[in-house]
Design a binder for this molecule. Structure first.
Ligand code: PDD
Length: 283
């Protein structure tokens, strides 16, 4: 594979891409990122992702050094130059390069990098049959609303869950589910209400979740924004998770408990179809 990637103002073959040793993203995880789905060569919900990118920069006081038009240009060029049909386009902005020091100067020049990655996004085994998730204590810092590159808590949690035979994890804190390790967690009650956490510093505001919420409002489906416990989740009629890289993925087992009859439920199926339809994909 020899992708064309974007590093600090230039499109270069991936083998030639170089990140500075003193980049604060590398030394401190002082960087934020976004992942946008690409289906049939088109970006999905990209405005929502770029709004969140702006917000993450603001929360970390990283100066907005790149215009939205510049960023969209980088994304569309990456997709075109790599003839990407299905996958993701990844963007990362670090605070910049400087000698290692916890304190930072506000004169640093932020660094933008980006790349594409091929991935099947539609009709995956996970989407068709659902996945199993384990419940684990949330190991992360307290500003999960900022999409930073500090993902070691999630890396460790996912890897450990895999070794226990699960496909993913949902994280739990103070007796309630926060979110998936790289997704938003949702459950559907026996009465057909979709439960999703309201926005707070405890979770990342999911763009896919936002898009689903709009579709639900248009369809008259009820979403209740509230916390839910591991027991609520394990006793739910249906469960699913959402993210740019997995879209709407049914969850058919949570810890030791099978959800419903162990197959994706009808409302989850409906949400999968609505999401693809809204993205202009024939279902
Ligand atoms: N992750 N919560 C967390 C912790 C996430 O990392 C993600 C996405 C989401 C869902 O957000 P969205 O719907 O905007 O993708 C929720 C991306 C896909 C990743 O890290 O690869």
């Amino acid at each position: 594979m020899d992708r064309i990637v974007y590093v600090h103002g230039q499109f270069v073959p991936e083998k030639e891409a170089r990140i500075g040793l003193f980049d604060r993203g590398f030394l401190f995880g002082d960087a934020i990122y976004e992942v946008t789905a690409v289906i049939s060569g088109r970006m999905i919900d990209n405005d929502l992702h770029l709004n969140r990118l702006d917000r993450s920069l603001k929360e970390l006081a990283i100066p907005p050094a790149f215009s939205r038009a510049d960023i969209v240009h980088v994304q569309t060029e990456l997709i075109a130059r790599n003839t990407l049909q299905s996958g993701i386009v990844y963007l990362q902005v670090s605070r910049g390069e400087a000698d290692r020091d916890f304190f930072y100067s506000d004169t640093l020049a932020p660094r933008l990098v980006g790349f594409t990655q091929e991935k099947t996004l539609i009709g995956t085994k996970a989407q068709q049959h659902g996945i199993t998730v384990d419940l684990v204590d949330d190991p992360r810092w307290h500003r999960r609303d900022i999409k930073t590159t500090m993902l070691l808590g999630q890396v460790m949690a996912k890897q450990a869950a895999r070794s226990r035979g699960f496909e993913d994890v949902w994280m739990v804190e103070d007796g309630v589910v926060t979110e998936g390790a790289s997704s938003t967690a949702h459950v559907i009650t026996a009465e057909g209400r979709i439960l999703t956490r309201a926005a707070s510093q405890a979770t990342l505001p999911g763009c896919t979740q936002r898009a689903i919420a709009r579709l639900c409002a248009a369809e008259g489906l009820q979403i209740e924004e509230r916390v839910f416990t591991p027991e609520d989740a394990q006793g739910a009629a249906e469960a699913f998770q959402t993210s740019a890289s997995s879209l709407v993925t049914p969850v058919v087992r949570i810890g030791s408990r099978v959800i419903g009859d162990g197959t994706p439920g009808p409302m989850t199926r409906k949400l999968q179809a609505l999401y693809l339809e809204a993205a202009g994909i024939p279902v």
